[in-house]
Design a protein around this ligand. Structure first.
Ligand code: AMP
Length: 289
């Protein structure tokens, strides 16, 4: 696997290695890789001739400086995992390469409704940061396919909108969420959980499954309240528990029994903030591959 640290070098390399039949699959990450990330790499390996993974902990998408500071870094193990999976290129840039003019005066993206709810509401400017880094990465890599995890459901929608804004022709492939055996969605942040916290963490998936089992046409409020109770009983402190239209993320307070839904949860376990989601009812799983 080639490790490239400068964006100019990566663009040049990809330009030189491309022919008419080349397709580039791109998997952007923040490192501390796990099997969830690897499922994106595997999918890209199946579909594309060159697979590029980036590892860059993007400072502009962290609204909490402590979260940025404590973000796990396991670069040697990451390189080992990527090599084992047959990734062709690892892009490992520094902040000044991604943001040569600094991070103060970056472009603002018209995300409208999408950044007013859920993660957008609880993490101000987070999605602006996601767009800033993704715009830059898309310029450098210019991929055929962009692989994203359903785990970050709202992010998939934001990046879909970004590609439209920047007139990118790349196709987004959404890969379903990889879970541990007890249902916990794999996440780099899981590494920060203490042992007792790790035991409680699957509570988020249990509550999502509970919502899936009990969703009925009519008001969603009683189910959301019950879900909140269960989370709190399990020492999880929710930022939000919402049921939304799976295509638009419009929050659903009264379900017509037909609209495809997604249930989304963000909750703290001690100092660690975890997110997860589930398409409802499960047989509507249209967004996952
Ligand atoms: P991150 O390193 O957290 O920025 O994630 C990089 C990519 O991996 C994003 O597209 C995530 O949605 C995706 N991802 C993270 N966790 C999982 C998971 N458990 N299953 C599938 N994809 C994931």
């Amino acid at each position: 696997m080639l490790i490239i640290r400068k964006s100019n070098d990566l663009s040049k390399y990809l330009g030189n290695s491309s022919s008419a039949s080349t397709t580039i699959g791109f998997v952007p990450t923040m490192g501390a890789l796990h099997q969830g990330h690897m499922s994106l790499i595997k999918q890209a390996k199946k579909q594309d001739t060159i697979v590029v993974c980036s590892i860059f902990v993007n400072p502009t998408q962290f609204n909490d400086p402590k979260d940025f500071e404590h973000y796990p870094k396991t670069i040697e193990q990451d390189i080992y995992m990527l090599e084992k999976e047959g990734c062709d290129v690892l892009f490992l840039p520094e902040v000044k390469d991604i943001y040569p003019d600094g991070t103060e005066k970056l472009r603002h993206y018209p995300l409208d409704y999408l950044e007013t709810v859920l993660e957008g509401k609880f993490r101000p400017n987070h999605f602006q940061g996601v767009c800033q880094v993704m715009n830059r990465l898309m310029d450098v890599v210019n991929p055929t396919h962009l692989y994203l995890g359903q785990k970050d459901y709202q992010q998939c929608m934001v990046i879909t909108k970004l590609l439209d804004i920047i007139h990118s022709k790349a196709r987004i492939i959404v890969v379903s969420t990889m879970r541990e055996n007890d249902g916990l969605a794999m996440s780099s942040r899981n590494r920060r959980l203490s042992e007792p916290e790790r035991e409680k963490a699957p509570g988020i998936y249990k509550v999502l499954s509970y919502i899936n089992q009990h969703i009925q046409p009519g008001p969603t409020y009683p189910l959301i309240e019950k879900a909140r109770e269960i989370l709190i009983q399990n020492d999880l402190v929710p930022d939000y528990i919402e049921i939304a239209n799976a295509d638009t993320l419009e929050l659903i307070t009264d379900w017509d029994g037909k609209t495809k839904l997604v249930a989304l949860i963000a909750a703290f376990l001690g100092k660690v903030r975890l997110i997860d989601n589930l398409i409802l009812p499960l047989n509507f799983a249209h967004y996952a591959n």
